[in-house]
Structure formats: C-alpha cells, structure tokens
Design a binder for this molecule. Structure first.
Ligand code: C2E
Ligand code: MG
Ligand code: MG
Length: 612
C-alpha cells in the first residue's frame, strides 16, 4: 500500500506543482482514501487512517468496504450498483459511531462521501462531523427554547418544533440512502376515559408523568439527556426529539438511523416502558399507548404517494397509529402506503356520516324478540331490539357493521347512540298507546364502549326516560362481552345504569373474552347466546352442550337467556328444549321498520296479545 507520504515531498526547496498537490492532500484536515472498485485501498492520507482506525477490525485498513461493513454496509451496495462511468456515489453520509468507539474527544459522527473517479478507481472523502452535529444540536436547542416551540404543560417541544425539525430533515440530501429518520407518533389508549375518571387536573398531571417516562426511556436507550440537562435540551438530545403535539399525542423523532429495525426497537422499548402502572397523586393508573412508525426510507421510491412535507409525514405516522389502535392497541405499526387509502375511506365514511346525521338518513329498525313459553306457546310481544340503519343516497342501505366501527373511532357514536336511544324510547311509548296488550314489553338498544365513557351518560339516559315517560324497567341496554369485562370505570357505569332500574344484556355471548365461570362478575340480567352457537343448535352435539350449560349457569345466577339468530324451526325447537327463555331471528321476523312492525305485532297477537 502506498501513501501520500513521499520522501521527495519533504524537500521544500524546489517543489513542482504535483508535489505541492501531494503535500496538500497529505496534510489536508480531511480523510482521503483511494480504492479500486472492490474497495481495496490504494492510497490514504494520515487523517483517513486516524478517522477509520476505530472502525478497523483485524483486517486493518486494507479494504474500505470491509472497514465500513459494520456501520455502513450500504456504501458498498451503492458503489456496486453505480453504473455511470464516474460521478457521486453517495454524499455526506452521516455515520454515528457506537458509544464504544467514542472516547472523550474522539469523533462521534463521521461523514463520508464516495466519488467514482473513473472505471478503476473510487475516492472516499471522510470528515469528522462531530462538531457540525453538535452545532446543529445547539441551534436546535436554542430554537426550541423559545416559548412558541414549547408545550406549556409538559415543557416538551410542541408541534411547531417538530414541523421545523422535520422540514430540516426533509431538505437534507438523502443521496445514497444515508441519514434516514423515523417519526414515532404515539397516542394513549382510552385516554379520554382515563381523563374523565381522574378529572382534568389529574389528567394533566398524568400527561406530565408520561412525558417524563418517555424521556427516561429515551435516555436509557443511550440517546441524549445529559445529566442535569434542561428539559428542552433533554427532549432534543442527540438530534432526537421527544415532543407533545396534541392532547395525548406525542412524537418521537429519531435521526441518523440506518435501518427500520432500529426505529421499531425504540417503539417496542417505549411501549415496554409505558406498560407498567403510572403514579398520579398517589394513585396507580394503567395507561398504554399505540405507536405509528413513519420510516423515511421508501419515501422516494413509492411513485406519487410520497410524504414530502412535515404535515404529510405526521399524518402518515398517525394513520399507522390508528391502525395500531384498530389492532387492539398497546402496540406499534409501521406505516404503509396502502393504509392511506383505508384511512381515506374511513374519513370519507366519517364525512358522509356527519351529513347522514344532519340530513336524517339514519333510521331504526326493530327485530322482535319472542318469549319461548314453557307451555310450548310463543309470546310475540316479549320485546324488540332496535338496530340502526343508514339509508345512503348513493350506496343504498348500509348495515351497521360498515359504519359503527368508524363512528366509534371518530366520536360520532355518541350522537348516533343518542339518536337511536331517543328514537327507540319514543317509538316504544307510541306502541304502548296504539297497541295496548299487543305492544312489546321491552325495547333493547345496543351500546358501544365509547358511549359509556361519556361524562354523565347515565344522567343523559335518565333524561331521555323522563322526556319520553318511559319506565326504566322497559329498557334493555346491550353490551358485548369484551365491553362488559372491561375496566373498573365501565363496571361502575353499568352499575349506575342498573341502579336506575334499566335492564342489561350481555350480547354475542360465547364469542368474546368472558367465560361461564366469570358470568357472575358481570351486572347483567340477560345473556344473549351468539348466533354462531344457535345456528348449530340442532345439528352439533357440542353446541347443544354449550347452550345447555350457558342456560343452566345463567339461570342459577337469576339471569335470562336469549338465543340469537334462530333461522329454522329445528333450531327453534332445539333451543326451546334447552329451556332458553327467549329467541330472536329470521325464523320469527327480520328486523322491521316501525310501520311494518306494528302490523306484525297485531297479526301475531293471540287472545290477550300473548299466545301464538
Ligand atoms: P347484535 O346486537 O347482535 O344484533 C343482531 C344482529 O343479527 C343484527 O344485525 C340482526 O339483523 C342480525 N340477525 C338477527 N337475526 C338473524 C338471523 O336469523 N340470521 C342472521 N344471519 N342474522 C340475524 P345488524 O342489524 O346488521 O347489526 C349488527 C350489529 O351491529 C349488532 O349486533 C350490534 O352489535 C350492532 N348495532 C346495530 N345497531 C346498533 C346501534 O344502534 N348501536 C350500536 N352501538 N351498535 C349497533
Ligand atoms: Mg344486540
Ligand atoms: Mg348479538
């Protein structure tokens, strides 16, 4: 291996132009390495060997690609893939060095550019970018200190600060795939509910605690937060940023990454850190989070669908966060372009649902629930279940499955739920007046989780009952298993409703979390056995046994049972044989609009309105 160090160059008397150049390159405060196309080093100056030495393995500095293999394998890939006869292979690729290499005063970040000189040779230019990076961080910290970029509650950088930082990152040349970044968009699961329980002041305190925990988890990762640093400095340690961008929304911006894995590892770490209980005013609070990860690589190669500005990056990350929540929360999901389309479709449904509410495109249908009397007769006036429908001007009739989920996510479920409840109670009272004994004795209304989280929802239900003059005992609210088995807060709400005298039913029993053994823990009056069991009631011994066991356990706890989705006479006979108290399904009637339900009830009213 030759070096730029030449004995002739030491004779300063008669230096020709070539020697002057060699001298200059030899002493230059930048590292220069000339290699062949396979990376074998032909020449390097002392600065290059001193900068690269910490990276050298046993093989020494013989081959540049081998030296960079651990920290920047992409340099070799880029050189191999570079087809032009000459030109820039990669420019100012930042290489953060592992802490093990970074003795005090030693470079912490290198910057590498690679040029193809001709068909045989490559030239690498290597500099110590530590100072440059520190200056950038200092500038960032100074900027962050201004109040306009600080969140007043947590003293973390705010959305404006994140936008500014992202802007700088996006403007940076990413030629050669270097300097990747990731944006982690974090939102706490069911925070609104927690906030309602704790009250605003303690909710705020919880957010400050959570901000601290995020900072601590990032510090543990070895990123930033020098001891005693001011909070805003800590939030911006090592070019990474922890910020609060909305109510319970936080952003963690990670710079100088090489692989997506690194970002995912940080996400996992943050979720782990948040998984334990949080202390607020001497109370332990559980509060988990969902994280959407935006990864900068791939931004350029998805034609057309690129996220090129800070708002688009944040929006994409938040779309992935919503996907994480949809998948059950307490997890991270990496953004993919296809999610944008799904999110757009949901946003579309949301907009149209708002119109639907304003223009009264929603209406309620009622499906009869019949009593399966022990004497073999059928009580057609036992009850009805209210089911919401959407008459869309273009799509026609939209089933609840297609919009309830979106309504829950965007908060419209409160309005929809209120509408259905008021409509159902109003219709119920009208039937009482018009049909007398043939009128249903109970109306069931389905509930979503989000509705129960509304502050003073119980008060609202009581007000609707008072407004319509309806007796609480005539109203049945249906909750799914997963909802009823939820946290303390939900249980509390259910008990409040029971205290009003309202009946509670456990919907779709058998499909969810709870089992027969935990039925006694739930404050319900009725168990509705899911259609997936009932449809096999007459053919599968296994399902018969399950139905029989459910009826037995329920009745031992003083609960009623309803078999859902009875479609055939054989199924009806089978559930009756298991002493199921009530049945519901197409065999008796499909859900009907109110004006079709009335004749159905009249037609099926036997002597005294009961038999059939
Ligand atoms: P659910 O409460 O279990 O309601 C029963 C569903 O089964 C209804 O579907 C009903 O039309 C259907 N069904 C009844 N009998 C039969 C049968 O014999 N065979 C078959 N194949 N299906 C039968 P729908 O109306 O599409 O509602 C689906 C779900 O949407 C409901 O399940 C309920 O969880 C939810 N939902 C409906 N209306 C509301 C509402 O106003 N608020 C809320 N939060 N959820 C609602
Ligand atoms: Mg139901
Ligand atoms: Mg059901």
């Amino acid at each position: 291996m030759k070096t730029f160090h030449s004995e002739a160059a030491m004779q300063v008397e008669n230096i020709d132009a070539y020697e002057a150049l060699v001298q200059f390159l030899y002493r230059a405060p930048i590292g220069l390495v000339q290699t062949d196309l396979a990376g074998a080093v032909e020449m390097l100056n002392p600065m290059a060997s001193s900068l690269l030495m910490p990276l050298a393995t046993d093989a020494g500095l013989d081959n540049l690609f081998a030296v960079l293999d651990n920290v920047a394998p992409q340099v070799k890939q880029l050189a191999d893939a570079f087809a032009e006869p000459s030109g820039v292979v990669c420019e100012a690729l930042r290489l953060p060095l592992e802490q093990a290499y970074t003795a005090p005063g030693a470079p912490q970040v290198l910057s590498i550019s690679l040029l193809k000189l001709d068909a045989q040779r490559l030239m690498a230019v290597i500099t110590d970018a530590t100072l440059e990076m520190q200056r950038e961080q200092e500038t960032l910290r100074r900027r962050l200190r201004s109040a306009a970029r600080t969140d007043a509650l947590t003293r973390l950088p705010n959305r404006a600060a994140v936008r500014e930082q992202l802007e700088a990152m996006l403007a940076r040349p990413r030629i050669g795939g270097g300097g990747q970044f990731a944006l982690l968009f974090l939102n706490f699961d069911r925070f609104r509910q927690i906030n309602d329980t704790l009250g605003q002041a303690l909710g705020d305190q919880l957010l400050v605690t959570l901000a601290d925990e995020l900072l601590a988890a990032m510090a543990e990762r070895g990123w930033g937060m020098p001891p005693g640093a001011r909070r805003i400095d800590a939030a911006a340690g090592s070019g990474h940023l922890v910020a609060r961008v909305g109510g319970d929304e936080f952003v963690v911006l990670l710079d100088g990454l090489r692989q997506r894995d690194e970002a995912e590892r940080v996400a996992t770490r943050l979720l782990d850190a948040l998984a334990s209980q949080h202390m607020v005013a001497g109370r332990e609070v559980a509060c988990r989070a969902s994280i959407g990860v935006f990864w900068s690589d791939g931004m350029d190669d998805e034609a057309g669908s690129t996220a090129a500005d800070p708002d688009a990056v944040m929006r994409d990350a938040s779309i992935a966060m919503v996907e994480a929540k949809r998948a059950g929360g307490a997890r991270h999901v990496v953004f993919e372009a296809s999610m944008r389309e799904r999110a757009a479709r949901r946003a579309d449904i949301e907009t149209q649902l708002r119109t639907a509410l304003a223009e009264e495109q929603l209406f309620v249908v009622y499906q009869p629930v019949v009593g399966l009397n022990p004497d073999g007769s059928t009580d057609h006036a036992a009850g009805v279940e209210a089911l919401v429908r959407w008459q869309h001007p273009v799509r026609g009739l939209v089933p609840p499955f297609d919009f309830i989920g979106v309504a829950e996510e965007c908060g419209l479920i409160d309005q929809i739920g209120d509408f259905v409840l008021l409509r159902a109670c109003t219709d119920f009272m009208r039937w009482q007046r018009e049909l007398g004994a043939a009128a249903p004795r109970l109306v069931a209304v389905n509930l979503s989780r989000a509705q129960l989280a509304q502050p003073d929802w119980t008060g609202k239900v009581a007000a609707i009952l008072a407004q319509t003059g309806m007796a609480a005992a005539s109203l049945q609210l249906e909750v799914t298993e997963s909802l009823a088995a939820q946290d303390e807060q939900t249980q509390l709400r259910l008990h409040e409703l029971k205290a009003l005298g309202i009946k509670l039913a456990l919907d779709d029993f058998g499909t969810g979390y709870s089992s027969l053994s935990s039925l006694h823990l739930l404050p319900v009056d009725t168990v509705k056995i899911d259609r997936s069991f009932v449809c096999k009631a007459d053919t599968s011994h296994h399902h018969q046994v399950l139905i029989e066991a459910t009826v037995k356990v329920a009745s031992s706890l003083g609960m009623n049972t309803v078999a859902e989705g009875i479609e055939t006479e054989a199924q009806a006979r089978a559930v009756r044989a298991q002493h199921c108290a009530k049945g519901q399904g197409y065999f008796y009637s499909r859900p009907l609009p109110s004006d079709a339900l009335v004749p159905w009830l009249v037609q099926h009213a036997g002597p005294g309105g009961r038999a059939g």
